[in-house]
Design a protein around this ligand. Structure first.
Ligand code: AMP
Length: 542
């Protein structure tokens, strides 16, 4: 029997229509370095119509791709709204990718138009001659002259282009399963892979972001979106904000701890989302320049494991609870969120909060062992996490032949390794490629990192496996010591004695100024391993 219910497309155009009318006064606040410029959702709606008209005028039709090469700001929000709503596909280009990867993804996605921040214009200009499908570049921030385009590419000023356009657009009704946006993820091997989100997946994901067991984004909130709009859709915050009318504060290019502290002081957001490296930096800044941040109801950390020491520091020194979450570009990205069961208190509650979190109803998960057998959710069996659900990728752009080993029987193989508790909380111990195999046992690099980072003199610690004749691999710890503090490898080993098993105790240590980071701010263990194998690290044996 069929239901008697209506069917309607879950589309970005409907989100935009709703957000710009029902929440007309909510704001996108863009930091300018000294203060902020503000645009209401009503203005976002009008500018989205103008941009859509302009793009049509430039010949954008059907599902053609329009790229963005931008920081988090109001213009990027307008691009997020206009491009999918008109039926085209938003392609967020990661401004921190290596040039050859950037060129590869623009060509692979066949971007016809690219919107670029004026400040990033010169950087894009260098690569434009190799981006063979780009016909138009639209420069925000006033001066289109910052960008010298190769022959055949027309450069436009965003402001001038939009000023000439009507502020209404007849948004088409779009099949909810069609492509709305795409984001490339750097695979472990080979070229970056395109993840293509649908209108439906974005809509359902936005609802999840707002649920109270998830990020709890709600009307009246102001959220500081530090997570870049060019990586995993800024964790879904832009569309979720439109859905519920939460205001967003966008840091633009001001991502250093000092400016972030200024933004917090000026805008007093209720919550903020970023990777651990940003929060570590802010914490250090706050130690030297104390500031009240208790307006933050919650800080959301994901993208890599949140060290428990970082969570305690925010909560105990600043009264700001940290919410730990896990996700991937392929999971839109919200996969799991560590809100502990309501009945828990004290240490038990903390133990839940350290985990990567519980899967929502829409995300199914399983753990798979080395033989391919499914493992129990007993908090002990360690396997690779596989997930499926309506906002999880089932293939990469280009079809089933692209990196097919990432998918198995309709499940996404995450490449993350860990355990799941009987009540569905995920604890990640590693990436499959980072697991340290020592004497037939696995050592969790994340576990070791968390322990080392709980030492008060340590700011960051990254652990990699290095070859060992006897044990195959042994852990090597790269440590960043806090300014003005001192600690030796011997003291750190001493500190670990009651925390890790003896066979897991690292013998090799290196003290570095900074742990190398990827284009999205995660520990770059590949680079660490290369530095090690090329003898660039000063290794102490203790
Ligand atoms: P990306 O697609 O670039 O966002 O990377 C996704 C990967 O980041 C995941 O597969 C994990 O390895 C890692 N990751 C994301 N969130 C967490 C977290 N909370 N704890 C540990 N690793 C994480």
């Amino acid at each position: 029997m069929l239901s008697t219910m209506q069917d309607g497309n879950l589309s970005i155009a409907n989100l935009l229509r709703h957000g710009s009318v029902a929440h007309a006064a909510s704001e996108i606040v863009t930091w300018t370095g000294a203060d902020a410029r503000r645009s209401t959702f009503a203005e976002v709606g009008r500018n989205s119509a103008r941009l859509a008209n302009a793009l049509r005028g430039l010949g954008v039709t059907g599902d053609q791709r329009v790229g963005t090469f931008m920081w988090n700001n109001a213009e990027h929000m307008v691009a997020y709204c206009a491009i999918p709503s008109m039926g085209a596909v938003l392609h967020t280009l990661n401004i921190r990718l290596f040039p050859d990867q950037l060129v590869y993804i623009a060509n692979h996605a066949e971007d016809r138009v690219i919107l670029v921040d004026g400040t990033l214009g010169p950087m894009l200009a260098k690569h434009l001659p190799s981006m063979t499908t780009v016909e138009h570049v639209i420069v925000t921030g006033g001066d289109a002259g910052v960008l010298e385009a190769p022959h055949g590419v027309e450069v436009h000023s965003y402001d001038e282009l939009l000023a000439a356009q009507p502020d209404v657009f007849d948004w088409p009704d779009i099949d909810e399963r069609s492509a709305a946006a795409m984001c490339y993820t750097s695979g472990t091997t080979g070229d970056p892979k395109g993840v293509v989100y649908s209108h439906r997946s974005i809509w359902l994901h936005s609802m999840q972001v707002c649920m109270s067991d998830s990020m709890r984004l709600a009307q009246g909130d102001t959220a500081l979106a530090i997570v870049p709009m060019f990586h995993a859709m800024s964790w879904g915050l832009p569309y979720a904000a439109l859905m519920v009318g939460a205001s967003l504060v966008m840091p633009d290019r001001f991502l250093q701890p000092g400016p972030i502290a200024e933004i917090l002081a000026a805008e007093r957001p209720a919550f903020a989302a970023a990777v651990p490296a940003i929060w570590q930096g802010l914490l250090q800044h706050l130690e030297a320049h104390p500031q009240d941040i208790s307006h933050l109801r919650e800080v959301i950390i994901g993208g890599s494991a949140a060290p428990p020491s970082l969570m305690h520091a925010f909560e105990e020194r600043y009264g700001v609870p940290v919410l730990h979450a896990w996700g991937m570009t392929e999971t839109s990205p919200l996969g799991s969120v560590a809100r502990p069961p309501a009945r828990t208190t004290g240490r038990e509650r903390w133990a839940y909060r350290y985990t990567q979190g519980r899967f929502p109803a829409s995300v199914r998960a399983r753990l798979v062992g080395e033989t391919g057998a499914e493992l129990p959710w007993d908090n002990e069996s360690v396997g690779e996490l596989e997930v499926r659900g309506p906002w999880i990728a089932e293939s990469y752009y280009g079809g089933a032949d692209v990196d097919p080993e990432k998918f198995r029987d309709g499940w996404l193989r995450t490449g993350d390794v860990g355990t799941i508790s009987p009540d569905g909380f995920l604890t990640l111990t590693d990436r499959t490629k980072d697991v340290i195999k020592s004497g037939g046992e696995w050592i969790s690099s994340v576990g070791l990192e968390n322990h080392v980072m709980s030492h008060p003199a340590v700011v960051e610690a990254a652990v990699i496996g290095v070859p060992d004749e006897k044990w195959d691999e042994r852990p090597l710890v790269a440590v960043v010591v806090a300014e003005g503090q001192q600690v030796t490898a011997g003291e750190l080993r001493e500190f670990l004695t009651d925390k890790v098993a003896r066979w897991q105790m690292p013998e090799q240590w290196t003290f570095v100024d900074e742990v190398p980071k990827t284009s999205v701010g995660k520990f770059d263990k590949k680079r660490l391993r290369t530095s090690y194998s090329q003898g660039e690290l000063d290794v102490t044996r203790a």
